[in-house]
Ligand binder design. Structure first.
Ligand code: L34
Length: 281
């Protein structure tokens, strides 16, 4: 079974569109998301466009602020400060990665926790790891939604996450743990990685290397979630971290790239923006 994140996100966005359409009457306005893109990396520009398009569909007001990669850290922090103070803004997202001369940690920390639609602020991260209510990071939240939609039982299963980033690997491991999976976090220094991944009932791959996971690394019946969005070095086409053609026949459930986790990330961003808006009402 191939889970289409594209179809699932379309259904969820349709529900949100209906919900948001009631907001002007109830609250006098719709949620407002501000996305800041620094520089002109084509991949980031494409994701940011996707966020604007989804906002438009759902009925969320979207302001995308484009800044040159020569912007100083100070200027960026000033911009965020203004948006923090702006009552008409519900969500602030600074698209990552940022140019090397800007501290991502400083920028993330400068965003008001209540407007942190990414769930990247240290206070949101702390809340997640203490099982307190918080804004969940979009990609991990989307992954759990896909597993539940596909009817995958997580409780008691062995989950292996490849990758330990703050954005995906660590938080998805925590969410799987909260669903009562037994979780292993593997990474570039893991010894005998294929041995580890073959033990997985659920395998989440977020390592950022084209077709890194081969058929030999998965057992029959494994649920495979591919978080990678890479350009194939030869064809230039989009591809995941999993060799889909080779792994799909062995997997019980698998997500494609494109059309898998990516659209779910954007869908969960819409959900988080609505949540931040509603918390203020
Ligand atoms: N602050 N930075 C911040 N928040 C995020 O949540 C992100 N991320 C990651 C990179 N930096 C970020 C995203 O938005 C990755 N990411 C993301 C979002 C959407 C898609 C991929 C990555 C997506 O929609 N992918 C499509 C293909 C898009 C294309 O053609 O380029 C897909 O079907 O997978």
């Amino acid at each position: 079974m191939v889970i289409s994140g594209k179809d699932l996100s379309a259904r969820l966005k349709e529900d949100m569109r209906q919900e948001v359409s009631t907001f002007p009457e109830k609250y006098g306005r719709v949620p407002h998301l501000v996305v800041i893109l620094v520089g002109d990396d084509p991949a980031s520009a494409s994701y940011v466009k996707g966020k604007a398009k989804a906002s438009e569909f759902v009925g969320i007001r979207n302001t995308t602020v484009l800044k040159p990669d020569t912007i100083s850290e100070e200027e960026l922090l000033e911009l965020i400060q203004k948006l923090n103070e702006d009552e008409s803004v519900d969500g602030i997202l600074v698209q990552l990665p940022l140019p090397g001369h800007i501290s991502e940690a400083k920028v993330i920390e400068s965003i008001d926790k209540s407007k942190d639609v990414d769930g990247f602020h240290p206070l949101n991260v702390a809340a997640l790891w203490q099982k307190q209510s918080c804004t969940l990071p979009c990609t991990p939240k989307g992954i759990i939604k896909m597993l539940k939609f596909a009817g995958v039982e997580i409780k008691g299963k062995r989950a292996v996450v490849i990758g330990r980033s703050n954005i995906v690997g660590l938080p998805v491991a925590k969410l799987l743990l909260d669903e009562n999976a037994t979780v292993t976090i593997a990474h570039s220094r893991t010894r005998n990685l294929p041995e580890v991944t073959r033990e997985a009932d659920i395998l989440v791959v977020a390592i950022g290397r084209p077709r890194f996971v081969t058929a030999e690394m998965v057992s029959d019946g494994t649920v495979v979630i591919d978080v990678g969005v890479n350009r194939d070095p030869e064809t230039g086409k989009l591809c995941g971290d999993v060799d889909f053609a080779a792994v799909e026949p062995k997997a019980s459930v698998i997500t494609p790239v494109p059309g898998g986790v990516g659209p779910m990330t954007i869908c969960c961003l819409m959900e988080n923006t609505i949540e931040c808006f509603l918390r203020k009402q």
